[in-house]
Write a protein that binds this ligand. Structure first.
Ligand code: PHE
Length: 375
């Protein structure tokens, strides 16, 4: 379907002006966290699959959700954006937000990229989980690669029967998602909040009351009729949802940092067991090493480009990059930013010397690639 079978090296193509995939991001393709036994993301995925499996009953006329969790993350911009009625000038398409392979292909930014392929292939009820990619800030809860699960359900409709109403579709959607969330979180307070997605109308988000605050769990809505028509489904109705698996796993298992999902440290992995939700007990972290970098901005400076340079060089040693000072020169009006980079190794202590070397490369690359003036 979208399987391109490209190696990490083939994803990084400096000769193509549209290509902005970095080697550090390319390394994440094929890691297969959703297939790894006893991995918390795999556990959550399976809990959701099982919950839907219990919820829908063929004997009662429901469709069963068919599951997909090995669709390739490279997709066409057509499937990721156009087919979903995402406007050409939408922010999510900007090269500062999306990793492009070339002018027509990108790393999926959401699992919604599979909606129209699967509908055209004749699937009417499916769950689809996978790694998704977004250029983003770096901190405890943001990482350029994370995992989503998409669900889509075309309402059953007998030949010649009147069209299912939007209201009935929305009611079916709410009921299904409320029971799956209750299945996973137990007896929690939930609330629906209005939302906006170009591909659904109405659109909403489901929140749960968890650890004394409202936590957004998923986005969803009734699929735009135009999308279904374009996929040969005429006037059938459907609903869809998308949720972030890390976010759910972090609250369910009390995992404090999104980067832990990628660690090979046995102290992490030995704490989880398929089918079980258990509390993660943090083990001691190795010490952090902090380095500041200051520079005069160039007119087209974009923070995400700087984050990409830092991550490209520092890889998973980068725990956090934060703006700690901004200064406008009173005479020249030039703006200077100072960023603090927190380095930390998940599996050992760092030496100041090794980080100084990395910081020097970060400084050079920042000046060369972003055209800023170091201070
Ligand atoms: N794709 C949306 C996101 O990534 C979530 C979503 C999926 C919303 C399906 C509505 C329907 O935020």
């Amino acid at each position: 379907r979208t399987s391109e079978g490209l190696s990490a090296e083939e994803l990084v193509r400096p000769d193509d002006p549209h290509n902005n995939i970095t080697a550090s991001v390319a390394k994440h393709l094929g890691r297969g966290l959703l297939h790894r036994p006893n991995h918390p993301l795999q556990i959550v995925k399976q809990l959701i699959y099982d919950s839907f499996d219990r919820k829908f009953d063929v004997a009662k006329g429901d469709n069963k959700m068919i599951t997909f969790d090995d669709l390739h993350p490279i997709c066409t911009t057509q499937a990721c954006f156009d087919d979903l009625l995402i406007p050409a000038d939408h922010v999510s398409r900007r090269p500062s937000d999306t990793f492009y392979l070339d002018s027509e292909r990108c790393l999926r930014t959401h699992t919604s990229a599979h909606q129209t392929h699967l509908l055209r292939d004749g699937y009417e009820a499916f769950l689809c989980a996978g790694d998704v990619y977004r250029r983003d800030e770096i901190d405890q809860s943001h990482y350029p690669v994370f995992h989503q699960m998409e669900g889509m359900y075309v309402m059953p409709q007998a030949d010649g029967a009147p069209q299912v109403s939007v209201e009935a579709t929305e009611a079916h959607l709410r009921d299904a998602l409320e029971s799956v969330v209750a299945d996973i979180f137990g007896d929690v307070k939930m609330r629906w909040v209005e939302a906006y997605f170009p591909f659904t109308e109405p659109s909403m988000e489901l929140e749960i009351w968890f650890n004394e605050e409202w936590l957004e769990v998923l986005g969803c809505g009734v699929v735009q009729q135009e999308i279904l028509r374009n996929c040969g489904l005429g006037d059938r109705r459907a609903w869809a949802f998308g949720l972030g698996l890390e976010r759910l796993a972090m609250v369910l298992f009390q995992i404090p940092d999104i980067r832990l999902f990628w660690t090979e440290d046995p102290r992490f992995h030995e704490q989880f067991q398929d089918g079980k939700i258990t509390d993660f007990k943090p083990y001691s972290k190795y010490p952090a090493c902090l380095k500041d970098i200051s520079f005069w901005l160039s007119p087209d400076f974009h923070e995400n480009d700087f984050f990409a340079v830092v991550r490209e060089i520092g890889g998973d040693l980068i725990e956090r990059v934060e703006l700690i000072d901004e200064f406008t020169h009173p005479k020249t009006q030039r703006v200077s930013n100072c960023f603090r980079i927190t380095f930390r190794h998940m599996d050992r202590s760092l030496t100041n010397e090794e980080i100084d070397k990395i910081q020097e490369v970060i400084r050079e690359s920042t000046a060369n690639q972003l055209g800023v003036e170091l201070r």
